[in-house]
Design a protein around this ligand. Sequence first.
Ligand code: AMP
Ligand code: MG
Length: 278
Amino acid sequence: MADQPSLDDVVAATVVDPGSTHEFRLADRAQRNEELFPDKDQAKDSLKADAQAIDELQDALFAAQCGSLLVVLQGIDTAGKDGTTKAVFKYTSPLGVRVHPFGKPTDIELAHDYLWRVHQVAPRNGHIAVFNRSHYEDVLVVKVRNLAPSEKVEQRYEQINQFEKHLVENGTRVLKLMLHISKEEQGERLQERLDVPKKRWKFNPSDLEDRKLWDDYQDAYETMLRRCSTPWAPWYVVPSDSRSRRAAIAARLVRRELEAMDPQFPETDYRPEQFKID
Ligand code: AMP
Ligand code: MG
């Protein structure tokens, strides 16, 4: 197999450095970065190796019960939240990974604070949870479409940082991936949803309303990345115009988180030779 880019190189190319968030500009980040994976086949090989490693690491995590992992996926419509989930967790046992999509809040959810629905589905010990959208919608769509007073939205960045700190201090690692695509690429993908019969169900006319607000969304994303990339839960911006590279980069970052947890199969408190199976 072709070499994989080192985990450090992948981090360096994608992290929003919590130490210099004031300098961060989303416009400085490429949506297409072929440096990490110069050719697509290399990206596919790397993805496969990492996806298989992620499965093994999750098995060990469950056996070790040494914490849990939350993967937050954010990105504008068509950025590839579903595709990334499918690819990165292709080999992971359904026993150990749960995917939670966050759509428009229900009446019951709206009757609670915005983190209520999120905390309920945070991953249990030994598990991985994938959030397809997340509490960050409450500073993205809610901000852009004025669904809450601006002073309430303003308070949320710090509330979210403290919430994530609470999770981390209680054993959940938080990996946040922003899937970054260009407006041109989104245009092509929306057109594809109209053209390809099997993709038509994904098309939602309201996506076109959001597309008209493209610049406002980019601004809201930039503010979110600046204000919520913290030492305990940094943001990573994943160049996502190329599907295969996007998944390969995401898989490297997920694998890195799990390896950092270093899950070890526990020692048993019995000697196997004590037992004889008839
Ligand atoms: P999809 O991910 O395509 O199924 O769409 C889910 C929709 O729910 C998106 O348009 C989101 O912006 C919207 N959504 C998610 N969370 C919220 C929220 N807290 N308030 C309003 N809309 C939301
Ligand atoms: Mg959608």
